[in-house]
Structure formats: structure tokens, C-alpha cells
Write a protein that binds this ligand. Structure first.
Ligand code: BES
Ligand code: ZN
Length: 632
């Protein structure tokens, strides 16, 4: 474990007399939070200091100026609060590396203290509430090192002329740019005024007006209550292009047309998803294309998904990412996980929906191929992760959710739902999902609330087909339950044959018929090669298929993994360039990890990392610095 906030956390909770989530049972909370081994309290957010059981923040009004020279957001947050417990005398907020200048209510100063900072969770800001106070104004500034904000220099953008800023709040980073109750079970509406240099445009996870005047002052309103991890802001030299009636894309001019073309099916995806799972509840659905340092593939910020440019492949081969972020509009943004233990409710449902959307738009072959690739990713994690980390409802006490990222909530979650679908029938399962999204619309729920819901729905309606024991095995036990569905793809059978022919030296690489292969077929071919290949085999593959030069970032990733495992040096220039130009953690982390296995590889990794570091997002730095440590 990298840190130990537990005792401090417990102490703060005891001192502050807080800890519980809204409407959760408070029994014996202090005893339970004081030791790691004690029973986990379902529904308790172990990653927030907020006293949301006593006072709830309902609305936030932001007025922030982006100072690119100082790398700071500076301004005010006004929090409208509601007392849950009538005698509540304080409001405890989450903060991380914020400078708090002043706290007041209607011009009257309020006492406040900033507690000791925990390395992962930041510091609780405790504000004394005078009687009758229903609004709190906080004057503050963010730190240039804020964990949830990346400030990019002009050189790190496509246009090279203007700086760029973006936030990434999930899981626990909203607190590094807004003092708030940073827990997914607290939902707020918000308004914002964002002040930027005049040439730049600001966009948020809110209503964005594509035709807004570019004057450096931008107003936003998010009228639907969302969890804090969905509050997002980006500022840059952005332009807008419509893709459909409700869909469009924001990007730098250099990428705008390519992005709009690549993602032109977004509107059809939106319509298809609505037809199955109920009306899209968020008005517009736009995409924002970020610079390549964006640490994720995508982030489902409501009304405006944030998207890595690494998926603009030219052939729509990687657009399942868009289906995924769009699907979160239902699973995640409409129904949200209540704590980070329940992340699988967001990501598992979304991954399941992604497969279904891809099938509706691109057909069953693609559905099958993507499902097999996802299943293989899951198998790899099951083979390598400790048993406790293979549990969907994972105990994250004492851990930073960022450090536990894996395919388990995604692919195991999706496979579980696929099993339910197979047992009750697809139409019945779709009807169930439609009801589920409605039943918990604009609510944050726990795994246990989901199971209780299953109890009175599917488990009753299909008592002869489903069993609660089996469902609990999926959710609370490691591994994949025996007899689980195994995704299959006919198209991949031919790839298996081609690979076997090549490996047994019966078919030279250049004679494999690859003309019709899609990106998925390539990935399946590459990902299932044996770990060790001969220099001759590597050269044959590379010269026949120009893999080192592949412009597809996923294919390049798979090939570079092979190159590292076999120390295939002709690919190392490309590897270096890949590592320094892409900041998406899912693509670079496995490469750094593989390189760190040998001292020569580690030295190479360190060179790349040091060069790339100024451009990497804090999250990517943190996830990879361990792999290059210990070298001069
Ligand atoms: N919400 C996630 C990203 C995330 C998860 C950020 C947990 C922080 C903590 C997003 O929707 C996501 O899943 N992105 C994936 C997309 C992929 C599975 C298609 C990514 O970035 O790789
Ligand atoms: Zn997701």
C-alpha cells in the first residue's frame, strides 16, 4: 500500500463527529472506521471527509478565472446547503491543495479550519455554520499541481499557439479544483462563470452554447443534479462542428474535421440507445477532443464526453469508446455508483451497453469480436491480479481508487450481465434495464441496493432460471464463475488458423491473406501470439505488415508490447516516440511495466519517461513513475 490515511481519517471523523453518507445507518461507525480489518460498512464513502449525513450541498455557483501564467483557477464557489440534521453546526468539505482565502455567508465571515492533509484524500475544510446559514461562499485558488487539472503549454496542443486546460475529476479529484462534498452519493446542480484569455473558449459538463460569443467570459448551467466526479471544465482554442441534430464535436481546428468524420455515427448511437433503454435525459450530447496527454480513453462528463485523440484512427475502428461514454449517460450519469466500491455498477453496465450499441450500429460480427477481445482482457487480469482485486464489489478502504483500476468492474461486470441476459432472454433483460434506469434515475446506489432491486424483480420473475447464490458469487467472489458465458467470434477462427500456420512455419507472414482484416482481427492475431518469438519471426511480421509504423494506436500498442517482450530493437524508436507523444495511461502503462523487467529496458523507459513527464498528466506520472525508479 502506498499510503496509510486510515488512522488519520478515523481520527478526523471522530473529531469532526461525522462520517456517514446521507441516509445510511450510523451504527458503531467510529469503531468500524478505526481498523482496516473490521467489517466494511456498505454505502459509506471511505474516500470523502464530508459530513453529508448532516448537511447536504445542493447547488454550486462557481466564478473562476483561469490564470495560465500562474497555472491557477482563482475565484469563488458559493454552496447552497440544506441541513439534514437540524442542529448541524458545521459543514465539512473535501479539498486538495486548495488555498482558502476566505469563507463567508451574506458578507459575514465564517470560521473555518483546514485539517491535516492526507496524501491521497486531501484535507477536510471544516466551516462553522451559524444558525440559519443556508449559503456559504468560499474564496479560493487551486494549486499549479492540482491532481485534477492539467495545464498544457501551447506546444502540447495540436495548434501550438495557445495553452489548454482540462480537468479530470473521477474518482477523487474534483476536490482539487472545487471545495465540495466530493462523494458520488451527493448530487448537485451547478452554474459557472469562467473567465479565460479572450482568444480561448471554455466548455463544461453543462449546457454549452456552440454559438457563444468568444469574449473570454463564459456562462454555464447544469440544471440536472450530478455527482461531483462529473463536474468538468476545459479551455482551449476550440471550435465546434455539428455531427447531428443533438450531437457535435469540440476540438482544435486541426482535428475538427477528422474527429467529426470519425465519430459521425454518434447520433445514430444516441438514437439506438434511446430506443432500447429510454429517452436520453441530458439534452445535447457533444464530444470534446483533448490533446494526447488526456490520461483516459474517455470520460463521460454529462452532455460533453471528454475523448482522447488517440482513437481517431481514420476507419472508425476504435469508436466503441464513444459508444461507451455515451452509454454512461444511462449507466453512470443517470444511475450512479454511490461509492467507489460500486464502480462496477457504472462500468460493468456501461461495458455491457457498449457491446449492445456496437451490435446495433455495426452488426453482430463486430459485437462478437469486441466481446472476445474484452473477454481476453478480463482473463489476463484474472490471471494476474490478487484474488481480492478480482471482486466486483471491491473493498477500497485505505486505497486510492486510481491505483486499483482494472478490467474487473468493466468486463467481469459486463459478462455477469451477459449471463443474466442469456438466462432470462434478451428482450426481457432489455425491459429490465429500461425499468432499472427509470427506478434509480438521478440516484446514486450501492451494490447492495442493486441486489435488493434484483431480489424483487428478475429473481422473482425468473425464479426458475436465476439464483441469488450465483449472483452473489459474481459480485462478491474472485474469478469468473464456472459455466459463465464465453464470447466467441467466427471471424476469429480464421485468424487462429493463420496464426497457427505462421507459427508452424507453414505460411510465411507475407502469404497470410490479411487484405480484409479489420483492426479487431489484427488485435486478435497479435494479442494471441506466444510471448516469445524468434528474431526471424518478428522481422517477417514487421516487414510483411509494417507493424512498427502502424498508425493505429491500438495495433501499435499490441505490437510494441511484443517488441518489448522480445527486445526487438527495430521497433524501439517508434516505442520511444509512442511513449513521449501519448499520455493515455491504458496505452503507456503496460509498456512501462514491461520495459521495467530488465535493467536495459528500465534505462530506456526512464529516458522516455523523463522526456515525456513535463507533458504527462499527474495521474499518468503517478501510475508509471514506480517503473522507472531506482536508476541514476
Ligand atoms: N469513467 C471512465 C474513466 C474513469 C474510471 C476515470 C474510473 C477514473 C476512474 C470512462 O468511462 C472509461 O471507462 N474510460 C475507458 C473507456 C474504455 C473502457 C472504452 C478508458 O478511458 O479507457
Ligand atoms: Zn466508463
Amino acid at each position: 500500500m502506498r499510503f496509510s490515511f486510515y488512522s488519520l481519517f478515523a481520527a478526523v471523523l471522530i473529531l469532526a463527529g461525522c462520517s456517514d453518507a446521507p441516509h445510511r445507518d450510523k451504527t458503531n461507525q467510529n469503531a468500524q472506521t478505526s481498523t482496516q480489518k473490521s467489517e466494511l460498512k456498505v454505502g459509506q464513502d471511505y474516500h470523502s471527509f464530508a459530513n453529508a449525513d448532516e448537511v447536504l450541498v445542493r447547488h454550486i455557483t462557481l466564478d473562476l478565472r483561469a490564470d495560465f501564467a500562474a497555472k491557477q483557477l482563482i475565484g469563488t464557489a458559493i454552496l447552497d446547503i440544506e441541513r439534514i440534521s437540524p442542529n448541524a453546526s458545521k459543514l465539512v468539505l473535501d479539498t486538495r491543495d486548495l488555498t482558502i482565502e476566505n469563507v463567508s455567508s451574506n458578507e459575514q465571515a465564517l470560521d473555518f479550519t483546514l485539517g491535516l492533509a492526507d496524501a491521497e484524500l486531501g484535507a477536510p475544510l471544516t466551516i462553522s455554520l451559524l444558525e440559519g446559514v443556508s449559503q456559504v461562499k468560499i474564496e479560493y485558488a487551486t494549486s499549479p499541481e492540482a491532481s485534477g487539472v492539467q495545464w498544457l503549454t501551447p506546444l502540447q496542443t495540436a495548434g501550438k499557439r495557445h495553452p489548454f486546460l482540462f480537468t479530470q475529476a473521477q474518482a477523487v479529484h474534483a476536490r482539487s479544483f472545487i471545495p465540495l462534498q466530493d462523494s458520488p452519493q451527493v448530487r448537485v446542480t451547478y452554474d459557472a462563470t469562467i473567465r479565460t484569455p479572450k482568444q480561448l473558449l471554455a466548455v463544461m459538463s453543462a449546457a454549452n452554447d456552440p454559438n457563444t460569443k468568444r469574449d473570454g467570459i463564459y456562462e454555464f448551467s447544469m440544471p440536472q443534479a450530478i455527482p461531483s466526479y462529473l463536474i468538468a471544465l476545459a479551455i482551449g482554442d476550440l471550435e465546434f462542428k455539428a455531427m447531428g441534430e443533438r450531437t457535435g464535436v469540440y476540438a482544435e481546428a486541426e482535428l475538427l474535421d477528422a474527429a467529426a468524420k470519425e465519430f459521425e455515427d454518434t447520433e445514430s448511437m444516441l438514437i439506438a440507445t434511446e430506443q432500447k433503454y429510454g429517452p436520453y435525459g441530458w439534452d445535447r450530447y457533444d464530444l470534446l477532443i483533448l490533446p494526447p496527454s488526456f490520461p483516459f480513453g474517455g470520460m463521460e462528463n454529462p452532455r460533453l464526453s471528454f475523448i482522447t485523440p488517440t482513437v481517431i484512427a481514420g476507419d472508425k475502428s476504435l469508436v466503441s469508446l464513444i459508444a461507451h461514454e455515451l452509454a454512461h449517460s444511462w449507466s453512470g450519469n443517470t444511475v450512479s455508483n454511490a461509492t467507489w466500491r460500486d464502480l462496477w455498477l457504472n462500468e460493468g453496465f456501461t461495458t455491457y451497453l457498449t457491446y449492445r450499441i456496437m451490435e446495433m450500429i455495426y452488426g453482430t460480427d463486430r459485437y462478437n469480436m469486441e466481446a472476445v477481445l474484452g473477454y481476453q482482457d478480463l482473463q489476463a487480469d484474472i490471471a494476474s491480479l490478487p484474488a481480492n482485486d478480482q471482486i466486483m464489489a471491491i473493498d477500497l478502504r485505505g486505497r486510492n481508487p486510481d491505483d486499483v483500476f482494472s478490467n474487473i468492474p468493466y468486463e467481469k461486470g459486463a459478462l455477469f450481465l451477459r449471463e443474466l441476459e442469456q438466462k432470462v432472454g434478451r428482450d426481457n433483460f432489455d425491459a429490465f434495464l429500461l425499468d432499472y434506469f427509470q427506478a434509480f434515475s438521478f440516484k446514486s446506489i450501492t451494490t447492495d441496493e442493486f441486489i435488493a432491486y434484483l431480489d424483487k424483480t428478475l429473481l422473482q420473475d425468473y425464479a426458475n432460471k436465476l439464483s441469488k447464490t450465483r449472483i452473489e458469487q459474481w459480485i462478491f467472489e474472485p474469478g469468473i464463475p464456472e459455466g459463465a458465458p464465453v464470447p466467441e467470434s467466427n471471424a476469429f477462427l480464421q485468424i487462429d488458423q493463420a496464426r497457427a500456420g505462421f507459427l508452424s512455419a507453414q505460411i510465411p507472414a507475407a502469404s497470410i491473406q490479411t487484405a480484409d482484416w479489420t483492426v479487431h482481427e489484427w488485435l486478435y492475431f497479435l494479442n494471441n501470439l506466444p510471448e516469445k518469438l524468434s528474431e526471424e519471426q518478428l522481422q517477417q511480421l514487421d516487414s510483411a505488415f509494417k507493424l512498427t509504423e502502424s498508425p493505429n494506436n491500438e495495433i501499435a500498442h499490441s505490437w510494441l508490447m511484443i517488441a518489448v517482450a522480445n527486445e526487438y530493437k527495430p521497433a524501439y524508436d517508434r516505442l520511444y516516440e509512442y511513449l513521449v507523444s501519448i499520455g493515455r495511461n491504458k496505452l503507456v502503462k503496460p509498456l512501462y511495466k514491461a520495459l521495467s523487467q530488465t535493467s536495459e529496458g528500465k534505462a530506456f523507459a526512464k529516458r522516455a519517461f523523463e522526456q515525456a513527464k513535463p507533458g504527462y498528466h499527474p495521474l499518468t506520472i503517478r501510475a508509471n513513475e514506480g517503473f522507472v525508479e531506482g536508476l541514476e
